[in-house]
Design a binder for this molecule. Sequence first.
Ligand SMILES: [Zn+2]
Length: 326
Amino acid sequence: MKQIFIAASCVLVFAGCSPSNSPSPAEESQNVSHVNQEKAGGKGLGVVVSFYPLAYMAERVGGDAVRVTNIVGASDPHDYTLSPRDIQTFQDADVVLLQGAELEPWGDDIVQQLSDQGTVTIATENIALIEVDDDHGDADKHGDEHEGEDEHGHGAFDPHTWLDPVLAQGMVSSVQSALIAADPENADLYTANATALTTEFAELDSAYTQALQNCARRDVIFSHDAFGYLAKRYNFTAHAIAGISSQDEPSAKTLATLKEEAAEGITHILAEETSVNRFAQTLSDEAGLAMLPISALASPDEDGGDFIERSRDNLVQIQTALNCTL
Ligand SMILES: [Zn+2]
């Protein structure tokens, strides 16, 4: 009888220690931290995040002590509608990480719904945000047909802090604090992992600084207005076809303005694979601009590319677009 009991409990422990029997390649490559077998039941802290950069940071900082769920998955965080199941997932979480600055159109609602649980951390809460410049914001695009969607548009501040390797370090710090507050037993692990990730972002910052300091041009056009922090950090100007939300389509006026600006010394469009790509193609054809691919890094890479690697890929494209020499 005793033997049977031991055998059964081993099976249970074994199963409990393998919460993710078949991790995706992305999860596998990101789980670089040491296994913490002591976490209760081997299940880890339940961390629910609003989009990919926070999933990446939570997985890196939390290692195997956390289970990370990315609510929007591969969808565009600017334009995602929560399902009742998503809301339940947020309610069941030990830690909820949101970007804030109205990246999540539903962020305020979730903060309110979870106010009693004390689980929510806003990753940009300690970051000085840029106010949104509405020059390219096209008052006319908020016409009648969009009126009902206004609350889903951008807020007063730019939420794209993850693209700036310095501000990203502030986000890592918020993630670290949130995990430690919820699970102080693993504070040493979270601190060590956060320090390692912060070092990688600092190295990324050095690479950007070096690569973008000697450039023939200082202006480039992006698909949507996601690169404002990055451009400010490294002293170039990011023009944008779409607005702060990748879903904001440009007006004829915006496209005409971009064409005029392009004539004054822009040679490239750095294009994301988004719905505004057709406008990028038109502008490229009409203004004779070259197009290069770039990612706003808001969603996971289909090929499993790591966030930092993809940031370095972006750097190569920006270097080319600005004609920089080392
Ligand atoms: Zn965006």
